[in-house]
Structures are given as structure tokens and as C-alpha cells.
Design a protein around this ligand. Structure first.
Ligand SMILES: *Cc1c(COP(=O)(O)O)cnc(C)c1O
Length: 480
């Protein structure tokens, strides 16, 4: 950023006046004083207002130029004070961030954290918890593990399954796949066989980009298997890939809820291949594995119970704040062998039998990011979650029916979970772009264009229980 202080003349001037720290009290920022109390009050008051507001606007992005002009310079030697800094956040920065938990935010995959989960996120920060090791965070880790065990049970995994909350599905997928390769390596070594020239990873052409990214990071070959015409990956297609690539394949990924359409792969037929081939079955359920918690969708997930690892993002459809992905291994021991970091100063932690979350993924320092979800689940109970998830599933079916009833609209696919993708007759990508921009400009909704097979479309991704049928109908009405 080009400020006056960067110019050669003022740099010379600054050199002679490097601020002295002599007069500054080094405990000022930490001691409990009238000043720190006022700062805490200010921040908590704001948080309370935001948490309980029912009219937070959608907001929209601003340009760098606008933000520089409106926010001004906020970082200097003396500090601008909490009141001014918070005012800049409230009036300049926050309005330039789209409100992800707004009921009319329907793009990508939204988030809709519960009030309890959002509020408890403040507690996690206020308590300075370290969630990397049992030694330092046993209480927090215990609660996170209770949630992971509960989820594992919902997904049909056996007792003993467990894992860790990581930052997001991308890190969750990568960590699971690294463990999968470790398992394959160990198996090869035990059999006295060398590693293949290149390990291979099988997934659907429709799989999420993070799986392709994991293959790149791991430097393994990606074997893309075509999904069926309905977008679903099936056992027979995977069988052909396993027959062709044999033991070089260390894992097969099934997606339970594709990000674009919410399509659930035919996991049962893929899992059945385990009877004939040796491979690690990983379930990428970042968005959609949540559907398994509703009796309305549970049957779609047969076969998940045979998975070696699964991920689901509570920050997507499990009503937790950013950012949290639950990574669960059928046999966590393999995850631990793959991921534990060793160093002289860490041996006091890693030499112990206790459960240290850092040992199960690509990470070391971590906040116990599963705790907001734990608090909310403990507060409201699982039935409240099932009801909210079922609500999304039902709303998706209802609005799909409405789309079917309108001659100018066409469903691209019948929705399976809570994503509804549809086209407007005769619209080009430009039409969708203009319409989408106008909706956000008018603060009516955040609905972005997408495409399938080269044809433009748009979609509703519904995860917020506050989204109503009438709001969605209003958006359809705006497509004239
Ligand atoms: C969102 C998503 C991911 C990536 O998760 P992040 O939390 O964004 O890293 C992976 N797979 C699927 C199917 C997803 O929907």
C-alpha cells in the first residue's frame, strides 16, 4: 500500500525517529484494568447485538479503493483505540462481507450456525484452550471426541472409530488420504513387496476439487472414473478401474452429496468391491453426509458403514460456525501412525497413549474447533438437528415442485438432498450474471450462476432453517 511513510523522504525522516518503547507499559494489553474492561465490554456488546439481530443485511463486496478510502489507515504506532477500530469494523469492513447466515444466502454451500454454537465460539476464544494434545486440553478433547463418536455411530461406523476436527473438508480429505496411503504402504512392506512406481487414487469425475488438489499435493496419480448419466459413481465403473490399475490403487473416494447437485454416489456397490479388492474407502461427505441424520434421506447412504474414513463439515449443514470439518477414521491408529509429528521437545506428548488430536491430521497447533458444535448439540439435543436437516430436505422438494410447475423453468436434475439446480428458458450466462448482480445489489438474495455440461443455470443451496418457501418463490418470480 502506498502511504506517505513509504516515500523515500519520509523513510529517511522515520529512520531518525524510530519510536521508543521505553514509555509504554508492557503489561497494558494484558492486565485487567479499566481500559481492558471497557474493550471487552465493547466487543461483547457488539457480539450480542450481531448474534441477536434479525435484520442483518446481506451486504456485498466493496472494492479495494473504496475500503482504503472508508477505513483509512488503522495501523500505526500509537493505536487508534478500540472504539474507533470497532467502528471501522462495524461500519466499513463488516458491510463489505456477505452475511453467510442470511436466509437468502443460497449460493455455494452456505453456513447457518445455531445461536448457541456462535455464542460458544466466543467462549472458546475467551478460555485460551489448546486442542492439540491431551496433556494440555483433555477436557476440550473429551467433549470433541464425544461428538466424533456420536457422528461415527450415526454413520454406522463401529465403536472405536474416531478422529479430529480439522479446519475444513480440504484438509480432512488430504489427511484421510495420507493415512490411506500409509496403510497401503504398510501392507506392501509387510508382504515384502516394493511400493508401486506411482500410487493411484480413484475418484469420480464429479468429485470435489479438493480431492484433485490432495492428489496433487501427495504427488499421486488421479484415476478419474466417469459417473453415470445421473451423476452417480457406481461400483461397476470402479471395478473396471480397480481391475485395470490393481494394487497401485491405495484409495477410492465416494462422494455423499456432490457440491454442485447434492448427488450421493452409490456407496453400497462401491463398498461391496471390498470383498474382491483391497483398498481404502474414503467418504467425502463435507456437505452431504449430514443428510444421513434425517430419516428422510438415510436410506441413500447404504454402504457408508464400510468406510475406512469419512469427513463431514459441521460448518456446512451441521449449523456450526466456520471453520470445522469432522474427520473420522474407522481405525484411528492408522491415522496416528501416518500423522504424528516427532521432535525432541514433542516426545513428552507423543510418547504417551493418550489421545492427542494433532496426531490424526496434517496439523499441530489447533484450537478445539469442535467445541461450538459440541455445545450446541449438547444444548439442543440431536432431535433438534434432525428436524432442521429434514426441514432443508423438505424445502428443497417443495421448491423443486414449484420449479416444475413453471413453464419457463426446468430442473437440471431432481434434487436428492438440499440443492436445487434449475435453468431459465432462453437465458445466457450474461442473463444469469445480470440477474444475480441485481438481486445482490437490491439486497434481496445471494444466488449465483453456475453451469452444467456447458449450459448455464443457477441453484439454491438450502441449509438455513430460516429460509422460507415464500422467499424462494420470490426469487423465482424475479427471473422474468
Ligand atoms: C465443501 C466441500 C469440500 C471442501 O471443504 P472445505 O471445508 O471448503 O475445505 C470437499 N468436498 C465436498 C464434497 C465439499 O462440498
Amino acid at each position: 500500500m502506498g502511504t506517505a511513510a513509504d516515500s523515500p523522504t519520509s523513510a529517511t525522516a522515520d529512520a531518525g525517529t524510530t519510536p521508543s518503547t521505553d514509555a509504554v507499559d508492557p503489561t497494558r494489553m494484558h492486565a485487567v484494568t479499566a481500559e481492558t474492561q471497557a474493550i471487552v465490554d465493547l466487543v461483547l456488546d457488539y457480539s450480542r447485538r450481531r448474534l441477536l439481530a434479525t435484520d442483518t443485511p446481506l451486504d456485498k463486496p466493496a472494492t479495494e479503493t473504496e475500503l482504503s478510502r472508508l477505513a483509512g489507515r488503522t495501523i500505526d504506532e500509537r493505536g487508534i483505540g478500540a472504539t474507533r477500530a470497532l467502528a471501522v469494523f462495524e461500519h466499513v469492513l463488516a458491510p463489505a462481507c456477505i452475511t453467510i447466515d442470511h436466509p437468502q444466502y443460497l449460493s455455494f454451500i452456505p453456513a447457518a450456525p445455531t445461536k448457541a454454537a456462535m455464542a460458544f465460539d466466543l467462549v472458546v476464544s475467551a478460555s485460551s484452550l489448546y486442542g492439540g494434545s491431551w496433556m494440555e486440553g483433555s477436557g476440550a478433547v473429551h467433549a470433541e471426541n464425544e461428538v466424533l463418536t456420536w457422528l461415527a455411530g450415526e454413520f454406522g461406523l463401529p465403536l472405536g472409530a474416531g478422529g479430529v476436527f480439522v479446519q475444513g473438508g480440504t484438509i480432512g480429505n488430504l489427511s484421510a488420504l495420507v493415512a490411506a496411503r500409509e496403510a497401503a504402504r504398510e501392507r506392501r512392506t509387510a508382504a515384502g513387496l516394493p511400493a508401486p512406481a506411482r500410487w493411484k487414487l480413484v475418484c469420480s469425475t464429479e468429485a470435489h476439487s479438493s480431492n484433485k488438489s490432495a492428489a496433487k499435493v501427495m504427488d499421486v496419480e488421479l484415476v478419474l472414473v466417469p459417473a453415470g448419466p445421473d451423476g452417480r459413481l457406481r461400483g461397476d465403473a470402479v471395478r473396471a478401474a480397480l481391475e485395470e490399475h490393481g494394487d497401485d490403487v491405495f484409495a477410492v473416494i465416494a462422494t455423499t452429496g456432490s457440491t454442485n447437485f447434492g448427488i450421493v454416489d452409490d456407496v453400497a456397490s462401491i463398498a461391496a468391491l471390498k470383498d474382491d479388492f483391497e483398498f481404502w474407502l474414503h467418504i467425502d461427505g463435507a456437505y452431504g453426509l449430514t443428510g444421513m441424520l434425517s430419516p428422510l434421506a438415510r436410506a441413500r447412504y447404504a454402504g457408508v458403514e464400510r468406510a475406512d474414513s469419512v469427513i463431514v463439515d459441521p460448518h456446512k449443514w451441521l449449523f456450526a460456525p466456520f471453520d470445522a470439518c469432522a474427520l473420522i477414521y474407522r481405525d484411528p491408529e492408522i491415522g496416528r501412525r501416518a500423522h504424528t509429528q516427532h521432535a525432541e521437545y514433542l516426545d513428552t506428548l507423543t510418547g504417551k497413549p493418550e489421545w492427542s488430536p494433532s496426531d490424526y491430521a496434517v496439523q499441530l497447533t489447533r484450537r478445539p474447533r469442535g467445541l461450538p458444535f459440541w455445545f450446541s448439540l449438547a444444548t439442543y439435543g440431536a432431535a433438534a438437528y434432525r428436524a432442521a436437516i429434514t426441514n432443508s430436505l423438505e424445502l428443497a422438494q417443495r421448491i423443486a415442485e414449484e420449479v416444475r410447475s413453471r413453464p419457463e423453468l426446468r430442473l437440471v436434475r431432481d434434487p436428492e438432498l438440499s440443492i436445487v439446480v434449475f435453468e431459465r428458458d432462453g437465458w445466457t450466462m450474461d442473463d444469469y450474471e445480470r440477474w444475480s448482480t441485481r438481486l445482490l445489489e437490491e439486497q434481496r438474495a445471494f444466488v449465483t450462476p453456475s453451469s452444467h455440461d456447458g449450459r448455464p443455470n443457477t441453484r439454491f443451496a438450502i441449509v438455513n432453517p430460516m429460509t422460507t418457501f415464500e422467499q424462494l418463490v420470490g426469487i423465482l418470480d424475479s427471473m422474468e
